[in-house]
Design a protein around this ligand. Structure first.
Ligand SMILES: NC(=O)c1ccc[n+]([C@@H]2O[C@H](COP(=O)([O-])OP(=O)(O)OC[C@H]3O[C@@H](n4cnc5c(N)ncnc54)[C@H](O)[C@@H]3O)[C@@H](O)[C@H]2O)c1
Length: 270
């Protein structure tokens, strides 16, 4: 059911890899709600070809960009504005990659070169996206920019490894850039801290199934699905959230504020 929440709005969606991706589900939802879209991902991800199915479904061009490359980002924004015939109203940054996790390095034995790449792709890239939009004056007033985060930025989840540090930085950039963009252009910048979700990036974390089951038992509403997250992102791009900015918004079925649940107590008593 569509409420035309995003009618007339134009947005760039980063990070749709396959149909499990949160960005993929968000693109579908935004399109349903009347938005015009540009899809983007790293050239290596585009070579998989999956994104073309989404592009057809949401009638959007695909413009490749490595999110850490400022020339790629400039080209992406230029081409997007050409395509839309004007400025942009919303951006989803749905990107995460950890080399130390991927290569099985324990947090205490971190490879610092890999760490710099992980931080660049997973956190600093958000600054680069915002900076490019800022320099090119690419966002309309009351525009909305959302990044995706995880509660390991606030609490320790040992196997989340260096991504915990990346998410802390991502959330800090959200606040700092959110301040400046709010003052300059009334653009709002937020992060959504999502429940564990079965995607390519999510499943890369060691012990993911245990992690997911634990979160399910610890959340009064259960885990928020990728579809639920897509709905929340869509709402954040709509005019119903115009005064929300610089926030890290927990979208986790209540996990973040739950000390313990009856289900976990019963499990412990077994
Ligand atoms: N899945 C979860 O459990 C979960 C929970 C909370 C937050 N998140 C966050 O949600 C976001 C989306 O992840 P997802 O779970 O949908 O997984 P996903 O694997 O589908 O998406 C990650 C995306 O990042 C892209 N990417 C990686 N390097 C890039 C680069 N250099 N340039 C451009 N794009 C690049 C990948 O191509 C991919 O499309 C990430 O920020 C992730 O940390 C995921």
């Amino acid at each position: 059911m569509s409420n035309n929440l995003l009618k007339g709005k134009k947005g760039i969606i980063f990070g749709a890899l396959d149909e499990k991706s949160i960005a993929w589900k968000t693109a579908l939802k935004c399109f349903d709600e009347g938005a015009q879209l540009v899809l983007t991902n790293a050239p290596v991800a585009l070579r998989m070809g999956e994104i073309n199915k989404l592009a057809t479904a949401v009638n959007a061009p695909v413009i490749g960009a490595d999110v850490v490359n400022m020339d790629d980002l400039k080209n992406l924004f230029e081409k997007s504005m050409e395509h839309f015939g004007g400025k942009i109203d919303f951006i989803l940054h749905s990107i995460g990659m950890s080399l130390n996790v991927r290569k099985g390095k324990h947090y205490t034995e971190m490879n610092y070169e890999w760490n710099q790449k992980s931080m660049d792709i997973s956190a600093l890239s958000f600054h680069k996206v915002l900076r490019t939009a800022w320099d090119m004056d690419a966002l309309n007033e009351w525009g909305s920019v959302v990044a995706l985060s995880y509660i390991a930025a606030q609490r320790v989840f040992p196997d989340y490894n260096e991504m915990a540090d990346a998410k802390s930085l991502l959330e800090s950039i959200t606040r700092s850039f959110g301040y400046h963009y709010g003052v300059k252009n009334k653009v709002r910048v937020n992060s959504i801290s999502q429940s564990p979700t079965r995607t390519t990036a999510g499943s890369g974390v060691k012990g993911f199934d245990g992690f997911m089951n634990y979160a399910e038992k610890m959340s009064p509403l259960g885990n928020a699905s990728g579809e639920d997250c897509a709905n929340y992102c869509t709402l954040m791009f709509s005019d119903y959230t115009r005064m929300v900015t610089m926030q890290n918004l927990f979208h986790d079925g209540g996990f973040s504020f739950t000390g313990v649940t009856q289900a976990v107590i019963e499990q412990m008593e077994k």
